[in-house]
Design a protein around this ligand. Structure first.
Ligand code: MSP
Length: 514
């Protein structure tokens, strides 16, 4: 049985969904769709992070009770996923009963194993990050304020608190990273985490008494759990924890990958495996930290007023175009710059002139010169075989790139095949063969159509709608669009199959078309 479990971070509901939220979810969607096409049973989770001081403050500001507030704003995140055509299998909210139960069970396990003790926290806390900081990590800001490395303002907190014995886990974490060299990707990020752990970790405060908007600590009515302990637990709640005999848990835990932004790597790559190991549970197999987007070269921030609205981007450029741009523009893991010019360039040169033009040229010649049916083919020449074998080679290449979340490189490979197909059309010139050698013209168009079938199948994870339109135009049945159908020839296009009238797949983007 091939199972695959992938998660997005759960999003803070205080924010309006922006391009950063869209990006993590899209990357997971591309990965999840790829694995499904490759025959895996996939569990793809997203959701919302609804407890803690930051959310409580936003609710107060909105003049609402936190439960009513989170009920309302959580929906914005579900809606965004729908608009992005994200194929998540579950959507978890940390205010759900199943989650409270899982958090409390994890707490009990940690307590029973002597990993948690009662003490008193006196130190700095940044509500924006929901994170504790040591004095040595902070800078002085205006008005005597203390500023965290993330730029968040800190406040002094003194309260009774339970602590998790994080300091005792440093060596075991380092050994775990050593034994699992790909636990943290990209590797550059891994080094940061290792040096953080080596620098000496303090025990972690895991309960708060200054607020009540959280999961209650079992038998301690004055304490709620620290929001990151609560939030991280969502990943096991959704597969059935604390019922470790649950089908979901047995099939899907440990998760294959937690996809996160680089800002929240420490929580996922240090705290989370430590909590799990301390509770006697298996840590996830991988945490992948992606980069951040800037807007036309500038850091994105609410105060600068340059937050990118994914709905506006999709309405302007199209959904599949946006998905393509975000996955292609920068190697996954690096920071990227969102610029309108780069977007338009990608749409016109890669999509309209690239795959769009290849499909259009091929399908319109078939419609005109082959009676609108998949052409007959004779024996394949070396040139035909060369192109077909590149198309057939795609899945194994993509598999290994996807194994390390190399989405942009995967697209580079797909575009290499599109480039090879373009050169093949130019060299074979089927329009000229029409006058001299009809049989050869048909073979050439067949080879191109079959190449397009491969391309349509492998483009599905990135651009599900456009790829479906391409496969529809090749009359590929809906149940023959998985990777198994392009490995080997058993499902190759059948000569004589009637094809629908060709339609453009990717129009050019013309500025100020209105
Ligand atoms: N609630 C926590 C996650 C808990 S997971 C157990 C959280 N939520 S968040 O809503 O603030 O952030 C969600 C994701 O959006 C993070 O992975 C973050 O990196 C990502 N992004 C926020 N702004 C971004 C960009 N400008 N660019 C790319 N991703 C960014 O953190």
């Amino acid at each position: 049985m091939k199972n695959y479990y992938i998660t997005t971070p759960i999003y803070y509901v205080n924010d309006v969904p922006h391009i950063g939220h869209a990006y993590t979810s899209l990357a997971c969607d591309v990965m999840a769709r790829f694995k499904r096409l490759d025959g895996y049973d996939v569990m793809f989770l997203s959701g919302t992070d609804e407890h803690g001081q930051k959310i409580e403050k936003s609710a107060v500001k909105a003049g609402m009770d936190p439960q009513a507030f989170t009920d309302k704003v959580s929906q914005n995140f579900r809606d965004l996923l729908k608009t992005l055509n994200v194929s998540n299998d579950d959507f978890i909210r940390t205010t759900e009963a199943r989650h409270k139960k899982a958090c409390q069970a994890l707490w009990d396990a940690l307590l029973a194993r002597g990993e948690i003790y009662l003490g008193k926290y006196a130190g700095w806390y940044a509500v924006r990050d929901e994170a504790y900081y040591g004095e040595d990590e902070l800078k002085d800001g205006p008005g005597g304020k203390k500023i965290a490395p993330s730029g968040a303002e800190c406040e002094w907190v003194e309260e009774p608190s339970y602590f998790f014995k994080l300091s005792a886990w440093a060596d075991r974490l380092l050994a775990f990273y050593d034994q699992n060299p790909d636990f943290i990707l990209p590797h550059t990020r891994r080094n940061e985490v290792v040096s953080f752990v080596k620098s000496g970790m303090r025990d972690l405060s895991v309960s708060r008494t200054a607020l009540s908007w959280g999961v209650p600590v079992p038998n301690e009515p004055a304490h709620v759990m620290y929001v990151w302990l609560d939030a991280l637990t969502n990943y096991i709640t959704a597969v059935g924890y604390p019922d470790m005999q649950a089908d979901g848990y047995k099939k899907f835990w440990p998760a294959d990958v937690h996809m996160v932004g680089k800002d929240i790597l420490r929580f996922h790559a240090v705290y989370w495996p430590a909590f799990l190991m301390a509770a006697g549970l298996e840590p996830p197999k991988r945490v992948f930290a992606h980069g951040w987007w800037t807007n036309e070269g500038q850091k994105i921030s609410k105060s600068l007023g340059n937050v990118i609205d994914p709905y506006e981007v999709i309405a302007t450029y199209g959904l599949d175009q946006t998905r393509y741009f975000l996955m292609r523009e920068v190697p996954f893991g690096n920071d990227g710059d969102f610029s309108r010019e780069a977007m338009v360039r990608r749409i016109n040169s890669d999509l309209a002139n690239g795959i769009g033009n290849l499909a259009q040229r091929t399908l319109s010649q078939i419609a005109k010169n082959c009676g609108g049916k998949v052409p007959a083919h004779g024996a394949f020449t070396d040139a035909d075989e060369a192109l077909l074998s590149r198309a057939r080679g795609l899945v194994p290449q993509l598999r290994s790139l996807f194994d390390a979340q190399g989405f942009s490189r995967a697209l580079d490979h797909i575009w290499d095949v599109i480039g090879a197909a373009d050169r093949y059309v130019d060299e074979q010139a089927p329009w000229a063969l029409k006058k001299t050698d009809i049989a050869r013209m048909e073979t050439v168009l067949y080879v191109l159509a079959e190449t397009l079938r491969h391309l349509g199948v492998v483009l599905q994870p990135f651009m599900p709608d456009a790829a479906a339109r391409l496969l529809d135009q090749l009359a590929v049945p809906a149940d023959a669009r998985a990777f198994e159908h392009i490995e080997g020839d058993a499902y190759a296009l059948q000569s004589g199959t009637p094809l629908p009238a060709p339609q453009g797949i990717f129009p050019r983007y013309i500025e100020n078309a209105a």
